[in-house]
Design a protein around this ligand. Structure first.
Ligand code: ATP
Ligand code: CA
Ligand code: CA
Length: 415
């Protein structure tokens, strides 16, 4: 069984999109790294570089006819972020574009974002909406400054922000982020915790293996994340800085959650994604030239945009006719963005520990995800409160403060 996604092959609805995303990343990241490092200035946070590509992925001169366009946002800022987390540029490019293969996560969330794993599972591409993209650009400087001041932050590490414009004119915005979960360990339980109880239960009849459970499931199962007193103090201290004192709350971010993965050492690895999930192939240049723009069906506004013909497409390509598969190789050693950072240094996460300091048999993978939603009231409510209280800004601040407080106090109870 496929555990973490479906490899995107030729004929897949999003094959061409993947090709465009990876080509854009390859060219823009190498271009930035060809220059000597320098100090950032104000303009770097607002920067957006346009690139135009022909069918074979060659970069064109300005004004030449093009096949797809790519926009690279704040390249110098993301270069610094990658360096801060010790992600080597050539490894980054090799992981994402070395084989030109990504695997698509089975079922996108209700937001409609699509998720793609790099070939070695080290990085995740998430498509984001126009509003999320705009908001992230707005808070980018604050994000950057926060992670500079907090190298051990629990907030998702974002390594790139880009946009692909397809030949039909459709724009797909996306980020590249670090995968919180390790490539070489099965995750036996997953929770997405927001600190809310409203609608935060996956109904028992809907729970399948690998379901991401929510706050009420966590509480009702009596689960705890036992990390011992030392790790707990350091974790709660960082959580406070990330959420309350320094970043998420004051940036007016809402709706984020703590993603929790649990690996049980007694169960170990049975699913072995290495063998089951990742079948790599290298597209020939000819397959890439024979691209049919109309087959790219990607709706930036939602997974519901997937048409019937797309699912037919999927079934048809799943038997892999005409493709010569070869095994992908996943690394056993831990990447530096894990091994050199406190919350990710024990098998990629934190080993469970009791009050006496003795280690248990679970490994926890924890991080704050989904940080691109700005607190925004509905127009109607906004007008209502505006007239009532004078300013919508105050209301927003109050609400992201309330969200943050609830989030932190819930997590305190989970540890
Ligand atoms: P919604 O807005 O409906 O909550 P979304 O589309 O914005 O969903 P996220 O909440 O960002 O999606 O993530 C959905 C799922 O993707 C998570 O529950 C988790 O399983 C996976 N995921 C997201 N970010 C990461 C990450 N950095 N590392 C590992 N898995 C991740
Ligand atoms: Ca979410
Ligand atoms: Ca979201």
């Amino acid at each position: 069984g496929v555990v973490l996604g479906t490899p995107i092959r030729e004929g897949h609805a999003n094959y061409l999109l993947m090709y465009d995303m990876l080509t854009g990343i390859r060219v823009s990241v190498s271009r930035c790294h060809a220059k000597p490092s320098r100090v950032l200035d104000e303009a770097d946070f607002k920067a957006a570089h346009k690139l135009a590509f022909d069918v074979t992925g060659n970069e064109l001169l300005p004004k030449a006819t093009y096949d797809f366009k790519f926009k690279d946002y704040a390249p110098w800022v993301f270069r610094q972020i990658r360096e801060q987390f010790q992600v080597d540029a050539s490894e980054y490019l090799l992981s994402l574009t070395g084989k030109y293969i990504l695997s698509e996560l089975g079922s996108p969330g209700k937001s409609g974002s699509f998720f793609y794993f790099s070939q070695d599972y080290r990085f995740i591409i998430k498509t984001i909406s126009k509003a999320e993209h705009k908001f992230f650009r707005k808070i980018l400087k604050g994000y950057y400054e926060h992670i500079r001041a907090n190298p051990e932050t629990l907030i998702s590490r974002i390594f790139g922000l880009h946009r692909v414009k397809l030949p039909g004119g459709q724009k797909i915005r996306f980020v590249v982020m670090g995968n919180l979960f390790p490539a070489n360990k099965d995750i036996h339980e997953t929770y997405d915790l927001k600190g809310s109880t409203v609608g935060r239960r996956v109904k028992p009849e809907h729970i399948k293996p690998h379901s991401t459970l929510k706050d009420l499931n966590f509480l009702e199962s009596n689960r705890h994340l036992s990390i011992g007193t030392t790790k707990k103090d350091i974790f709660l201290d960082q959580l406070e800085r990330d959420v309350l004192a320094q970043f998420l709350q004051i940036s007016n971010v809402m709706d984020y959650s703590l993603l929790v993965g649990v690996h049980n050492l007694l169960i170990g690895n049975r699913e072995n994604i290495r063998d089951n999930n990742l079948i790599a192939f290298e597209p020939s240049p000819e397959t890439l030239v024979r691209r049919q723009p109309s087959t790219t069906r990607m709706n930036s506004s939602g997974g519901r945009g997937r048409s019937r013909s797309t699912s037919r497409h999927r079934r048809a390509q799943s038997d892999g006719v005409g493709i010569e598969p070869s095994r992908a190789v996943l690394p056993d050693d831990m990447p530096p963005e894990k091994s050199n950072f406190y919350f990710y240094q024990e098998m990629g996460g934190m080993v469970s520990t009791d009050e006496s300091g003795a280690e248990g048999d679970e490994v926890y993978y924890l991080g704050i995800i989904d940080i691109f939603t700005e607190y925004n009231m509905t127009k109607k409510a906004e007008h209502f409160f505006k007239s009532l209280m004078g300013s919508s800004r105050t209301i927003s601040a109050v609400n992201s403060v309330a969200y943050g407080k609830r989030f932190v106090s819930f997590l305190e109870r989970c540890l």
